[in-house]
Design a protein around this ligand. Structure first.
Ligand SMILES: NC(=O)c1ccc[n+]([C@@H]2O[C@H](COP(=O)([O-])OP(=O)(O)OC[C@H]3O[C@@H](n4cnc5c(N)ncnc54)[C@H](O)[C@@H]3O)[C@@H](O)[C@H]2O)c1
Length: 349
């Protein structure tokens, strides 16, 4: 069996590539290290790609730009994959405003390139798209909230946000708009062309392999700062903003479940759910409890359109993929990221 994984050097793409290779798949990884162009050398995913090439015999790398329509068509025509996992993206909400053309070309237009190539060369192959909860724009902030000592929470007792939330008529950011365009295109290829396309609206996807930078990869970045002593800046909401965290491995295993039981144009909210939710202040406390004291400053102004409290309701996921479960809770996620940072610090010393 053969899969094409776009963004194979990135957090999610690399974990999917590892898992598929472990299960005997051939993986054609597509990544041109554009993350280093978006975020500078600290954001490069080249070492991760090299590690895949060196350690996974089933992995082949194609350093293509997914914006290149003809090259993508040629790749699909030759490879005719059984499974497509599309994770390549400009992933930052904040970055998008300064590079709107690149953001839209990578997130929206290149997704169309992949969908059309899949329709023309392998229409029955399951296709997973990593969408984002930013398609809901700032609508989650309209929910009544209660302010607790260390976090915000939903005043109504809501467990989390499900897929029925409107994606319309709110502030999305340029990133939210480009991902919403891709999200709708994926739904349409599922519904209009009857293709097995799944749309997964991620909250905070995380793990030790994230090439985390200030503008993307919040948990990995804050841990990196706490371990290395680098100063961290909290933007607004008193540090009580909440996110649910899901480990990249749990995302990858979910996609394999989708491969086995695909649905056409189905949308899912994807996250660690309430049990894996944590605020910034709680993260700082948890890290301090483990001996890593974060140096940080607080700025009153929040990031534009940033969610105050976002917890994914993952009941639809659990219902459709009853054999899938989360293997990583918060302590395990944190300890893995800390471990990776400590190893890296030793290597650099
Ligand atoms: N990490 C999160 O918290 C999060 C949350 C919600 C949604 N998502 C979505 O999940 C997906 C994966 O996120 P991630 O954290 O793994 O991102 P990442 O930045 O770690 O990985 C993306 C990879 O895509 C590659 N890439 C970018 N543009 C490319 C292009 N034009 N051609 C080929 N390769 C290109 C980059 O070099 C990078 O290696 C993205 O679609 C992102 O929007 C991520």
């Amino acid at each position: 069996m053969k899969a094409i994984v776009t963004g194979s050097g990135g957090l999610i793409g690399s974990e999917c590539s590892r898992l598929l290779c472990e299960q005997g798949w051939q993986v054609v990884g597509v990544d041109n290290d554009m993350r280093a162009i978006f975020f500078g050398s600290q954001g490069t995913t080249r070492p991760v790609v090299q590690e895949l090439i060196d350690t996974r015999p089933g992995y082949r790398h194609q350093p293509l730009d997914i914006r290149n329509r003809q090259q993508i068509r040629d790749l699909f025509a030759v490879e005719r994959p059984d499974f497509i996992i599309h994770t390549a993206a400009q992933p930052s909400h904040d970055k998008a405003a300064s590079i709107p053309y690149d953001d839209f070309d990578v997130n929206a237009v290149a997704t169309l390139n992949l969908l059309v190539a899949a329709r023309d060369y392998c229409p029955e192959s399951p296709f997973c798209f990593t969408s984002t909860n930013k398609v809901y724009g700032d609508r989650p902030n309209f929910l009544p909230l209660v302010e607790l000592e260390k976090r915000y929470d939903y005043a109504s007792g809501l467990d989390g946000i499900d897929e029925s939330m409107s994606i319309d008529a709110c502030l999305h950011s340029i990133f939210g708009a480009s991902k919403a365009a891709a999200d709708l295109l994926c739904q349409e290829f599922g519904r209009y062309f009857n293709m097995p396309v799944g749309i997964f609206r991620g909250g905070c996807l995380t793990g030790p392999m994230h090439a985390a930078v200030e503008l993307h990869g919040y948990l990995a970045y804050i841990v990196h700062c706490a371990v290395t002593g680098k100063p961290y800046t909290i933007y607004g909401y008193k540090g009580k903003q909440v996110r649910d965290q899901i480990h990249a491995r749990d995302v990858a295993s979910l996609f394999l479940h989708f491969y086995r039981n695909p649905r056409r144009g189905e949308v899912y909210n994807l996250g660690g759910g309430r049990a894996n939710s944590i605020s910034l202040l709680e993260t700082i406390d948890a890290l301090a409890g483990l001996g890593f004291h974060l140096r940080y400053e607080y700025r009153d102004e929040n990031r534009r359109g940033d969610h105050i409290c976002y917890i994914s309701d993952i009941r639809k996921l659990r219902g459709h993929f009853s054999e899938w479960s989360l293997a990583y809770d918060l302590p395990r996620i944190l300890s893995e990221i800390i471990e990776r940072n400590l190893q890296h610090a030793v290597v650099q010393a």
